[in-house]
Ligand binder design. Sequence first.
Ligand SMILES: Cc1cc2nc3c(=O)[nH]c(=O)nc-3n(C[C@H](O)[C@H](O)[C@H](O)COP(=O)(O)OP(=O)(O)OC[C@H]3O[C@@H](n4cnc5c(N)ncnc54)[C@H](O)[C@@H]3O)c2cc1C
Length: 485
Amino acid sequence: MVNVVWFKRDLRLQDHAPLHLALQKRQPVLLLYIFEPMLLNDSHYSERHFRFIKESLDGLQKQLEAYHTQILIVEGKAEDVFKTIHQQLSIKSVFSHQETGIQITFNRDKSLKLLFKSLSIQWKEFVNNGVIRGLQNRKTWINSWENFMSQDLLPFSASQGQFVNQNQINSLKGQFNLVNLSTERNLNFQKGGRPTALRYLRGFLQDRYPNYQKNISKPLLARKSCSRLSPYIAWGVLSMREVIRASIEIEDKTNHKQALSQFQSRLRWQAHFIQKFEMEYRAEFQNFNSAFNVLEKPYNKALVDAWKKGETGFPLVDASMRCLIQTGYLNFRMRALLVSFFTHLLWQTWQEASSHLASLFLDFEPGIHYPQLQMQAGTTGIHTLRIYNPVKNSYKHDPDGEFILTYLPSLRAIPLEFVHEPWRLTAMEQSMYNFELGKDYPRPIIEMDTTRQHASDSIWKIIQSQRSKMEGKKILKRHTLRGSH
Ligand SMILES: Cc1cc2nc3c(=O)[nH]c(=O)nc-3n(C[C@H](O)[C@H](O)[C@H](O)COP(=O)(O)OP(=O)(O)OC[C@H]3O[C@@H](n4cnc5c(N)ncnc54)[C@H](O)[C@@H]3O)c2cc1C
């Protein structure tokens, strides 16, 4: 009989409760990762995610060489994979982290639960980054989160004999579609794997964090001044506890307390948002606040396509989208701007934006993505409504146009004074700069002032409605933390 440790969004050996506990049992341990076709083909995911996962798994395989074992990495439906392993080796228990995922992973977990029950396999699921399953409200949540984060990191220590032996792994391999981990390195994207994750963590806490707060909203400078830890946290290459611990270690020595404390508050937001989604998983499809269901937003393919390609005619919006397409990363403010532009100024639904953005964010984390998407779209009814002005944000956060010109090189032909609003160029100026609006760069696809006013009027009407207030109260009751309101 064997125990299986099933890796999902927890691609590390250190501070890994399922692995740590499995190694304390008598049964040999089989390490498993499954590339599930339902996720390979899901619109939230794209090649960039699978490349990152493969890079991370490849690093784990190298770490495991010293223990003469390896992770069995297969492609297949999870139920079929477990059935086959059970037939071959007889599984006693499966150890894994709880997953706050999308509907299809939730459904997969329900089917697996039934399967494991029918095969008398125990499924031991562990709390992931302090997110608690089955909570009805958040009154005691912050205490449990703090308690979880203050516990010691779980070391990885094993001996060769604790793992299923290589012959058994080899014979299992014959039963599956194996996955080749070789990938073509794309230097535009952050690389998966523990050594790179630790480099980002050390680099941030040794050099980069002092300008965190100052540059967090600036699209170009944030790329250096923010931690850039998000993909490593989202895919579990680092545990949140490790990151928090590392940040606490420099608290006494730092001369930049404010910047460090701002960063630490973002670390707390991670589980805060995921917990919200864990309790409201319907938020993948439905408005948090049902009062907003009456909003009518007719689908407009031309507008949606222009936004997806970064061809709206608003330079900061287009540069943000193209940057995301090219690099998989965007700072918080520009993510919020993209969503606000789409849902308010283009007057399209957040549902229409969700999987496009998810497939582009290398750090896609359903539990942050959906609550943030809805917060920026204004469909929670409990947060301040922010309809970002793409032009004002452009002057404020990219005054020298460096970010815009990096991702929209065609605008390099015109003087800086027009880069934020190229539609202000007269026909004569266009010909003087050998630049044609509509050909070298799109004309604005909407009239901003009109659509802004329309969005603001329509949303405020709902915010002030009795139904929105009642729904808002219910949401607050379930999600307000002790000590906040
Ligand atoms: C529409 C939208 C979608 C988003 N989708 C994701 C997503 O899928 N995955 C994701 O990790 N972040 C998401 N964010 C939050 C945020 O933009 C990113 O976490 C951040 O920009 C990542 O960069 P960083 O690692 O340098 O962050 P830092 O500012 O250095 O923060 C460190 C860590 O704290 C957490 N964090 C930071 N900001 C937030 C936040 N606002 N909410 C929750 N946790 C936060 C992340 O784990 C991040 O890695 C989204 C924001 C918006 C507006």
